[in-house]
Each structure stands twice: as structure tokens, then as C-alpha cells.
Design a protein around this ligand. Sequence first.
Ligand SMILES: Cc1cc2nc3c(=O)[nH]c(=O)nc-3n(C[C@H](O)[C@H](O)[C@H](O)COP(=O)(O)O)c2cc1C
Length: 398
Amino acid sequence: MFNGNGNLQDALNIHDLRKMAKKRLPKWLFEFVDRGTEDEVALRNNRAAFERIKLKTQVLVDVSARNQEVTLFGKKHGMPMGIAPTGPAGMMYYKGELELARAAKAANIPFTLATGSQTSMEEVSKMVGGTLWFQLYMWSDVRMSHLLVERAKNAGFEALVVTVDGPVGTNREYNIRNGYTVPFSYNRKNTAAVLVRPGWLFGVLMKYWMTGGMPTRANYPEGFAEKFTQVSSAERKTKNDSLSWDDLGVLRDMWPGKLLVKGILTPRDAERAIARGADGVIVSNHGGRNFDSSMAPIEALAPIVDAVGNRTTVIVDSGFRRGSDVVKALAIGAKLVMVGRATLWGTTVAGEAGATRAINIYREEISRTIAYLGCRTIPELNRECLEHVPTPHIPLTM
Ligand SMILES: Cc1cc2nc3c(=O)[nH]c(=O)nc-3n(C[C@H](O)[C@H](O)[C@H](O)COP(=O)(O)O)c2cc1C
């Protein structure tokens, strides 16, 4: 397929998709998605941690009938992956959330819609369906959070993913340097960056302009769904450094579906999530975007699985770029791996087809990796596949 950036099949791996996306997006938007925070130590360490893990091969096993199906919360999925919530998916591609959701549905994997998305949860549910999870930022104005929870319930979302790893804003200095401000305001730098990306200007921004104006945070309750260019009155009410585990307990009482807590990095917090009724935890450092001194989730995973893995579903994300990374996490004991940037790059390049390309790349790489390990199915993966079980360099204390 020709997409203006060459043939999609020329993307042999996720890094190629990233390079293609870089050519399409204004610099401030590309960096907002691609980069980390402060000195980007966490971002680099997320990748370095995977490189330190080695897998044990097994030879002369008949692995001709390989299968990637997994069962999660009683439901069968096509492969052990899901799409993580990312606020600006609809800025990568016009209504990018629909493209991602379609790719996820076709692959039979979960898609998580972010609170801050540009397409509403009702539209995603009505237009696409599939296994839909809704990500909630807990706001200190509980009324706003609870309105969203009610809507997600009515729209048929199966899981509520409560993100807890951002008590305060993060420190992304590059945003300031390259002219990206929240709320967004036009300046010489960011306008110039848009003008040299006409494909994005006409294919994404102009399409929104022609269908109602600047993109909005479409899930924000009525009266709060301001445009990107406005100071959000919702955000003024969403200061969340006062939240506690009790707030999660309230959500548990309201939400009849699966409740997942995203942004857990220690067994201590995983225990607290279970105590408040969570059905699962997502071990994540937000892709290295929030706290630069955070542990790599792949190294935080084993102690959490050991502590709570028999009582809850442990999911992981952050830094997964290869199928072998996914296999490493599954061998440690995760039940599902989620990706944020990888499928965003695919969507940027070619909408649903691009997101599908990203998913297919992982699928092929997982298939190849498990063959080398002498495994046919995902449940066969275990710690015997690992040369050593990765743990944080400094042991966790409870
Ligand atoms: C551009 C961008 C926006 C994101 N927005 C959200 C969000 O709104 N809510 C959330 O819980 N996580 C958000 N995340 C974090 C992802 O859900 C996920 O934890 C992270 O991307 C995983 O790392 P990876 O990108 O290396 O796969 C965002 C990540 C990116 C890259």
C-alpha cells in the first residue's frame, strides 16, 4: 500500500515505523510522543533492561503448530498484547482512536481509550466495538470522574483502567523548547513545524477544522470538552495530588466490570490495589514519560508477579519494541503486554493499516522467538525460558 511515505511493508520493524512517523509529524508532536522526561534516563533504561535479559533456546522440538492465543478475564484473545491508552491518538491521524480500535478488533486484542482522547467513548463503541477498555484519570473533583465511569459503563466498556502514576505534572523540558504548550497556543516555532508537514496539516488538522474546528478532549463531560487551544476548566478541577486508595475503593463500588490499576511498580502498591478490589494491575512507568527516576517495569515485574500473581492479573507495558521483549515479560509471569508508541507510529503512517502493520510485526517476532525457545503456545512460557530472572538492581523493600 502506498501511503505517501513509501510502502508500509517497507517497515520491517517498529523502529522503521517510528522513522516514517517522524517524517509525517510536526516536530513538537513527534517529540511529545517519542521522548521521555527530564534527562530521559527512564526512557533509555526501559530499553536497556530488555537488552540485559537473555532467553534460553531449546532445540529439536516440533514447533510447527505455534499459536499465540491467550485467555484473559475469561475471554480468548488472538495474541498476548493490547493497545495502551494514549491521549493524542487522534492527533496522529484523523480520529486515530477509531483506526487503533479497528486494528485491535481485527487482531482480537483489547484497545484502551484514553480519558483525553479526541474521539468520544460512545463513538468508539458505536463505530467499532471489540474488546474496549476505558482509561480513567482520577480527578479530585470526583463528580467528573464518576460521570465518565457512568458513561463508560453505558457505552459497554469491559474494563476500567485507572491510571495512578501522575500525582503531579511531569517535567518535559523539550516541550517548552520546541514550542509545545498546554493549552496549545500558536507561536512561530510550532507553526513553522506544522507548515513543513503539509501531509499532517491537511490530512489531520484541516480535517478537524472542516468538521467542527480544533480537536477537543471529546470525553470530558459536557461543558468541559474545550479545544486544545483553551485553558481547560476541567483541568483546573483535576488537580490529583490529593487522591488516595480510598478514591479507588469508591470507583470499585461504582464499576461492575474489570478494574485495573495502571502505573504500579512495587509489590506494596500491587497489594494495596488488590485490597481495594482491583482485578488486575498494569506494571508501568508510563513509557518513561512521567518520573525519570522510576524503575524499568520489566525489572519491577518479577517481584510483583511473585507477590500477587496468583491473586490478580498482572499486565505490563513500557518500552516493548520487539516480540522478544513481549516473550520475556510473559516468561516472567505477565499475562498481557501493552504498547503505546508502537501502534501510534503505525497509525500515524497509515491509520488502521499502519496499526495493523505494527501488530503484525510483533506477531511475527513473537512467533519466531517462541520457536527458538521450543514452545508452541504462550502458556508454555515460564521462567525456565530465562537465563536469569530480572529484578531491580536494588532489592525492593515492602
Ligand atoms: C503520547 C502518549 C500519550 C499517553 N497518554 C496516556 C494517557 O492519556 N493515559 C495513560 O494512562 N497513559 C498514557 N500514556 C502511557 C501509555 O499508556 C503507556 O503506558 C506507554 O506508552 C507504554 O510505553 P511505550 O510507549 O514504550 O509502549 C501515553 C503514552 C504516550 C506515548
